[in-house]
Design a protein around this ligand. Structure first.
Ligand code: SER
Ligand code: ZN
Length: 517
């Protein structure tokens, strides 16, 4: 996609610009076009792609500028560079720059627009017209918006929509990298049904939520012990507790603020904790037996964010703005302190696709090499666990990275992530590997965990550096306890007598603590 920026602006001075100043302006314009606007532009970039003042006019106290550019020294950047140059030069004529006016600003984007492309609705847009391969967008911009790089974000956004509409028809990225091959399975029914029947779980009262009884939780703790003994301890991970209420401040930096809205469980705060303010709400319930949701809605602020969604973003404020010493790298931590929540709408199924779920989240960071190295060791450790301990029929595949999917993007990390040359060795490793298990009762595959190399995304978002000065990378891996259970039980059944020896041994004998009359 090619892009052109067109800006007509006026520089407002505190007095009329005298005729003798015209020559100075002309000289400065020439200098800006020849040198100032070329600073930082790579050699070989065609002339017409670089910002240029095509014309200027002097009328009273206003210096009018017509600036055009392609993607280099964009028209709005050129304007601010020129302002810095011209202000002192006209100072000689006792002129002071007072203000700037944006008379018109429009962007032209050219490319083969796919059918599914829709122009986003945004407050700055005056008009957007597409004819053939050209989209012309007129914007209402103040100088502050230009300085704030609104046009650049707008262009990036349109390019993203363009890209996702192009990919839209295609299936999500999925590329097999390992398959365990067939294994003997002991069950051909849906384990959720079996768990309900045998009293392991019961529906909770919120949507997509279960109450897990002792047998089910015992299996989770069995899995946790296996993960702790076989993966977390040998690879040197240490436990932390990540918050489970995620404020916008975290999601702005993690990128979730770009697209996670349809799936958030939103969190609001009371406007005040004054009991009097809330008295009638409680009274309404006392009289009617109903909770007056509309009355509550009027008395709350926010939402201030949402319930934990991806689990690892909440870690990052712990290291935000810091430079981490070499001798503690790679940092290796994990969290298993609470639930994650996603509004799954119609997608709910069994214990495996739910609105409230539990997972261990493993997180590491360091140099690119360290990050990739740990991902590889993790993969080997998981492989041993699935092959030798759980004896699962499983496979794994490279998929669209979770951090892109959760921002509403498709494709691969290589389509969007750029990293400096020092990380070139690892750049093609950025992305997510999904681990999937066969569900014999349906013949389908269930994603039960993932391992991701997230590149520089999080360190960059939260301004984290490492002492060596090379780029900081990170990775994470989410182990879904419900998903491990659904996979394992679907293949092995609920009777520990049929389970692989090691799992059955750790699981032991569950106590029966409920007897219903
Ligand atoms: N944070 C990752 C995800 O949400 C891994 O758990 O998928
Ligand atoms: Zn994560």
């Amino acid at each position: 996609m090619s892009v052109r920026f067109n800006l007509d602006a006026g520089l407002l001075f505190n007095a009329d610009i005298p005729a003798e100043a015209a020559a100075t302006v002309e000289k400065m314009v020439g200098e800006a076009n020849k040198t100032l606007f070329r600073k930082g532009v790579p050699a070989g970039v065609p002339e017409d792609e670089i910002g240029r003042i095509e014309d200027f006019s002097i009328a009273g106290s206003v210096l009018g500028l017509r600036i055009r550019s392609g993607p280099y020294t964009r028209a709005h950047d050129a304007l601010f560079r020129f302002r810095k140059l011209i202000a002192p030069s006209l100072g000689k004529f006792r002129l002071g720059l007072r203000d700037m006016e944006i008379r018109s600003f429009w962007i032209e984007m050219r490319g083969e627009f796919p059918e599914g492309f829709r122009m986003p609705k945004l407050p700055f847009i005056l008009s957007a017209d597409r004819s053939g391969d050209t989209l012309k967008i007129s914007l209402r911009m103040e100088a502050a918006d230009l300085e704030n790089k609104v046009p650049d974000r707008l262009v990036r956004l349109i390019e993203e929509k363009f890209q996702s509409a192009t990919y839209g028809g295609k299936a999500e990225h999925w590329e097999l990298i390992f398959s365990s091959g067939p294994k003997r399975t002991m069950n051909d029914s849906d384990p959720t049904e079996q768990m309900i029947k045998q009293g392991w779980i019961r529906h909770a009262l919120s949507r997509g939520q279960w109450i897990h009884g002792p047998q089910s939780v015992r299996l989770w703790r069995t899995f946790e012990k296996i993960v702790l003994d076989e993966i977390i301890a040998p690879l040197g991970f240490t436990e932390m507790v990540f918050p489970k209420l995620t404020p916008w401040e975290v999601w702005k930096k993690s990128g979730h603020a770009k697209g996670v809205y349809p799936e958030i469980y939103y969190v609001c705060t009371p406007k005040t904790r004054d009991p009097e303010y809330w008295e009638d709400v409680g009274d309404y319930f006392k009289v009617t037996g109903e909770v007056p949701v509309d009355m509550i809605r009027e008395r709350i602020d926010g939402p201030i964010g949402g319930l934990c969604y991806a689990q690892c973003p909440s870690f990052w404020p712990f290291v935000q703005g810091e430079t981490i010493a070499n001798d503690c790298l790679p940092i290796r931590v994990f969290d298993r302190s609470g639930t994650s929540h996603r509004y799954e709408s119609g997608g709910i199924h069994g214990i495996e696709r739910v609105d409230e779920f539990h997972r261990m989240e493993i997180l590491w960071l360091g140099t690119a090499e360290q990050t990739v190295g740990i991902a590889d060791r993790l993969h080997e450790a998981y492989m041993r666990v699935f092959e030798n301990i759980l004896e699962l029929e499983w496979r794994c595949a490279r998929v669209t990275p979770w951090f892109m999917a959760q921002e509403g993007m498709v494709g691969t990390a290589q389509d969007t992530i750029t990293t400096p040359s020092e990380t070139a060795c690892c750049a093609d490793r950025v992305g997510t590997t999904d681990y999937e298990a066969l569900l014999p009762y349906s013949g389908s595959w269930l994603e039960f965990q993932n391992v991701s190399i997230n590149g520089n995304k999080y360190p960059k978002g939260f301004s984290v550096k490492i002492q060596s000065g090379t780029e900081c990378w990170s990775g994470c891996s989410g182990i879904g306890l419900e998903r491990w259970s659904a996979s394992f039980l679907a293949q092995k059944g609920l009777d520990p007598a049929n389970w692989p020896e090691k799992v059955a041994k750790i699981y032991g004998e569950p106590e029966e603590i409920f007897r219903f009359m």
